[in-house]
Structures are given as structure tokens and as C-alpha cells.
Design a protein around this ligand. Structure first.
Ligand SMILES: [Fe+2]
Length: 559
């Protein structure tokens, strides 16, 4: 039973974690923030529930915890979407893309935390970034008024607009702005990319369409170098119109995907709405997450965390058999179908002059199953000269691969392992992708999640001088393992555990943030200013009154 059922059944709660082994370093600083959904068993994808932000203080005795305990604090983010769902649940119905209804499409904000100089944002692929208070974890405002984002991806009542965006906007440390994307439907059947820029200070964003930037999967990550935005078709989640209409899923992901490089300063020098072309490239296999090197003087270099034969459009359904022919654990219905091939990591050079994509290094082995997520040093110095890249591989999990998925992909799959394989935390050398260190999680009941890199104060930058913090889900209780980033192969230097074996449900991305920066005071978007009477006039009067009530409640809360 390797994927713990508690990933789908536990509930988020505050915990005061205790040290159960090793020695906690005295000089580690900051906080780890982690996004996750409320597991929503009324949705086909149970992980499309409303977002929760979790925060682990890396110093004991913080945020109300005893002197020898570590505060794990959680909050369901009280966005307008979440508040409206709570106030009028009958106005929402479930769909393969989450909730929908007469108000539009709620923003679940459940996928990734995005720190920015003392501020904290929560993101997901189908909604604007949401700013939250980094201490209380409560809602502050969505990024950019609807009028500045322009038409929503799908027309509806835009009390809750549907913006197909990215789960990973990026902060530009030199220009001090946030770059993200919006997608609109394109005549080809794909979606058109629009770059979205926000200066962080007001309620307006700027947008520019990328005329040749069409994707057919999603744009899960936005990355950058000093001068370029790196946009890509993630390729791992394709909408299936037949499935949307109630049929069986037949769409599969592609073998490669498009990449577009867009010069930032050409966008910024042009009027809002001016069309630009990106420099087009291809990359294979499809990819969820990727990170550019800051220096682009001799080409754009990107590390890609590929998701080989990982189709995030496939979920576990009632009646499914798993890869070994067993009935799927009913508790895991709604979980995603995990990888059907080992994952590749690659270092790629996009040559701007020749237009050639050159793979400079790659790692794919019989143990690299389910590349989950990674940890890296996000300082500019480290983006210039990255040293180490830490990846959590979860191992092959036949219990969460359906026979239906295996048959859908047929001979596009190699032979699958006969059983579960261990997960591992692995440190790769940047450039060569040589394995510098590896720690196997031999207990197959350990479900390792998203690692974060905490730099050593005053240390060298590059991802090798500090710690890797790794939350581990288990039906035996939640743990957080701390590794020396210089040698994760030594195993954890310290382990925290929930006080009474409490479990924590599925977690998604994490990030490290300082906790000594005061958030800027600036104008934030007021929900009431983002909707107008014409939207309310289209609603049942009672539902319109619910919306007005949420506007008033938010005004009171944020006053
Ligand atoms: Fe992601």
C-alpha cells in the first residue's frame, strides 16, 4: 500500500512537531511554506479542492510552539472563491476541471507557494496568483484586476473568472516584477499564450499576446534568464473534449512539446496588447518543471525535469485495476495516475543564433521513477552559477497506475517493474547531472513530497551549502526530514514527527522563505472592485446577495 491512504483521508491541522532523531542545526533560518488542496471527494480530481497553505517554522519555539517543538501551521486560504463556496455550496457543481457554477470558476490557489521579498502568494494553473499574509496565511488579494487581465479564457459570469494561467509564475529579481501567462482558446484547438506582467504595487497587470505561442497541454511553468522568458507547453495535461462530455478518456500526451523564448525588454518597450513572436524550439520528453540559468550571454540554458509518460489527465476511477491487476484501493479513487516510465532530467541549451536545441546532459535510470519535485537555491548568485539540484523521486507505484492507462498507452510504454521501488532524495551536479549523492527511502510506506532548500546564513550560494527540508507522508504519521545539502547520502541529520502520529494529507509544492522581511504596504485588489452590478444582475437575487455578503466580509476582514 505504498501511496498512503492518509494522503486522501487525513485533514489539515496545526501540529507542534517534535524532534525524534538527530540534532537540529542552530543556525538554520526561515520558514518552509507548502501548498496543498483540501482533498475534495466530491470532485473527479480530488486534488482540485480549495488551497491550504502550510508553514513550518525552522526554529523551535516559534508561533506558539513550545521551546522544543516546531510549529506546523495551516490555513484554508479564504479567497473570494472559497468564501463563496462555503456560503453557497449548492451554487457549485463538480467538473473535471474543479468546481463551476453560475458564479463562474473558483480559483483553488492550491498548488505552489511563491515568496517575494517578505510577501507570499499561492498559485494554481487556473486562476490568478493569490496574495496571502505570510504569518496568518489569510487572504490579502488576487493579482491584477479582471479589466487589466482582459477577457477570461472561458466566457461565464465573471464573478469568478476562468483564467487558464500557470502554477509557476516567476519573480524577476532585477526588474522587481512578476511574470506569468494567460491562455485563450486558439483556432487550432490549442491555447494562445499571453505574457502577463505585474509590478507588485497596484491592481493592474500588463499583457501581450505571443502570436506564435500556441500550446496544446498547459503552461505549468514560466521560467526566465536575465533577458528571456522561457515558456513551454508542459504537455502533461491535455483536455479531452470527449471526457468533458461524459465519455471515456482517449486523449494522450505528446512525445515532445513546444518551447518559446520571449525577450523581456521587447515586451516592456511595447504598448500593452502588442503582439510578439517567441523564438520557437522543441523539447522532449514533455515536461512539468524547468528552470533557466540567469546568464544567457551564450545561449539560454535550462534544466528540465521531464515527466516521461506521466499523464496528469488520467486519474484513478471506480472499478479500475492497478498495474499488477489488483483492484485500486477505494481510498485512492480520484488520485492521479502516477508515472508509467522512469523520469528524465536534462540540461538543454537553446542556441539563439541557429535555433537548435542541444541536450548537454541527461539522467534517466531504472530507479528514476516519479520525479516528484525539486529543491534549489533561488538566489540570483545561485541562478548564475548553480551547483547542486536536489530531486525527490517517489519510486514506481503500481498501485496508482491503472490498467486502463496502461492499455491507453499500449506500446508507447516499456516494461513496468513487477513491484514498488524505493523513493530517493538525490543531489545532482549542475551541468553534468552526475549523481552527487543519493538517499533511498527503503520503507515503501514513505511518500516523500516536495523538498525545499534552506541556505546556510552567510554560506556559499548554489544549492550545496545549507539544508534540504523534506516532508514525508506516511500512514504511520507525518515526518519532516532535514538533510545536509552537501551530502544528502548521509541520510537525515534530524527528523521531526507529528506529536501523536497524526497524518497530513497530500501536499504539493514547497518553498523556503525568510521570515525577517516586512511585507510591503501597497494597494491590493478589492474583491468588490473586481466585479460589477452587471454580473450580479445576471444571478438569482439570493445568490447575488451572497456575493455582496462576501464582499462586505472581506472588506471587514482586510480593513
Ligand atoms: Fe508544479
Amino acid at each position: 500500500m505504498p501511496v498512503p491512504t492518509s494522503a486522501m483521508t487525513a485533514t489539515h491541522q496545526d501540529l507542534d512537531l517534535r524532534l525524534i532523531s538527530g540534532e537540529w542545526p542552530a543556525d538554520i533560518e526561515g520558514e518552509m511554506v507548502i501548498s496543498g488542496p483540501q482533498v475534495a471527494h466530491d470532485l473527479p480530481f480530488a486534488l482540485f479542492g480549495f488551497g491550504v497553505m502550510c508553514r513550518l517554522s525552522l526554529q523551535p519555539g516559534s508561533h506558539g510552539a513550545a521551546a522544543d517543538r516546531f510549529a506546523w501551521r495551516t490555513n484554508v486560504i479564504d479567497t473570494p472563491s472559497q468564501r463563496l463556496h462555503t456560503a453557497a455550496p449548492d451554487a457549485f457543481m463538480s467538473s473535471p476541471t474543479g468546481y463551476m457554477g453560475p458564479l463562474g470558476f473558483p480559483n483553488a490557489a492550491n498548488t505552489a507557494p511563491l515568496p517575494w521579498d517578505g510577501r507570499l502568494f499561492a498559485t494554481w494553473d487556473v486562476g490568478r496568483p493569490v496574495e496571502i499574509d505570510p504569518v496568518t496565511l489569510r487572504f490579502r488579494g488576487e493579482v491584477g484586476a479582471q479589466e487589466s487581465w482582459g477577457p477570461a479564457t472561458m466566457a461565464a459570469n465573471n464573478v469568478l473568472p476562468f483564467y487558464f494561467t500557470t502554477a509557476h509564475p516567476v519573480i524577476d529579481p532585477e526588474r522587481q516584477c512578476l511574470w506569468t501567462v494567460k491562455q485563450t482558446f486558439h483556432a487550432s484547438g490549442g491555447t494562445q499564450l499571453h505574457v502577463v506582467h505585474w509590478d507588485g504595487l497596484g491592481t493592474q497587470v500588463r499583457t501581450w499576446p505571443i502570436a506564435n505561442g500556441v500550446v496544446f497541454g498547459s503552461s505549468h511553468t514560466v521560467s526566465q534568464t536575465r533577458d528571456f522568458l522561457v515558456l513551454a507547453d508542459s504537455g502533461n495535461f491535455k483536455t479531452d473534449p470527449g471526457e468533458m462530455a461524459g465519455g471515456a478518456r482517449t486523449v494522450t500526451v505528446d512525445d515532445d512539446a513546444a518551447v518559446y523564448l520571449v525577450r523581456k525588454d521587447e515586451l516592456l518597450a511595447s504598448p500593452d496588447g502588442a503582439a510578439h513572436d517567441g523564438l520557437p524550439f522543441r523539447v522532449a520528453p514533455t515536461t512539468g518543471h524547468f528552470y533557466g540559468r540567469w546568464d544567457d550571454t551564450d545561449g539560454v540554458r535550462v534544466i528540465f525535469e521531464h515527466m516521461d509518460r506521466m499523464d496528469l489527465g488520467l486519474k484513478l476511477e471506480p472499478g479500475d485495476l492497478d498495474a499488477l491487476g489488483r483492484a485500486i484501493d477505494p481510498a485512492l479513487i480520484g488520485f492521479y495516475n502516477t508515472a508509467m516510465a522512469p523520469s528524465t532530467v536534462s540540461e538543454v541549451l537553446f542556441d539563439l543564433d541557429s535555433g537548435v536545441t542541444k541536450q548537454e546532459a541527461a539522467l534517466r535510470d531504472d530507479w528514476t521513477w516519479n520525479l516528484e519535485l525539486s529543491a534549489m537555491d533561488w538566489s540570483v548568485a545561485a541562478l548564475e552559477q548553480p551547483v547542486r539540484h536536489h530531486i525527490a523521486y517517489q519510486g514506481f507505484r503500481p498501485g496508482t497506475v491503472s490498467q486502463r492507462a496502461v492499455q491507453l498507452y499500449g506500446d508507447r510504454l516499456g516494461r513496468l517493474p513487477d513491484d514498488d521501488t524505493p523513493g530517493a532524495l538525490v543531489s545532482l551536479q549542475r551541468g553534468s547531472l552526475d549523481v552527487h549523492a543519493r538517499w533511498d527511502f527503503t520503507d515503501l510506506g514513505d511518500h516523500i513530497t516536495s523538498p525545499a532548500f534552506a541556505p546556510r546564513p552567510g554560506g556559499e550560494r548554489g544549492g550545496h551549502d545549507g539544508w534540504v527540508v523534506l516532508p514525508v507522508l506516511s500512514d504511520d504519521g507525518f515526518r519532516v526530514e532535514l538533510f545536509d545539502a552537501a551530502d544528502v547520502g548521509r541520510g537525515p541529520v534530524a527528523v521531526l514527527a507529528s506529536p501523536h502520529g497524526e497524518c497530513v494529507p497530500a501536499l504539493l509544492h514547497s518553498a523556503w522563505m525568510r521570515n525577517d522581511e516586512a511585507p510591503v504596504e501597497c494597494e491590493r485588489l478589492r474583491f468588490g472592485d473586481d466585479i460589477d452590478e452587471s454580473m450580479l444582475a445576471m444571478l438569482d437575487p439570493a445568490l447575488a446577495d451572497v456575493v455582496r455578503g462576501v464582499v462586505d466580509d472581506l472588506d471587514d476582514t482586510l480593513a
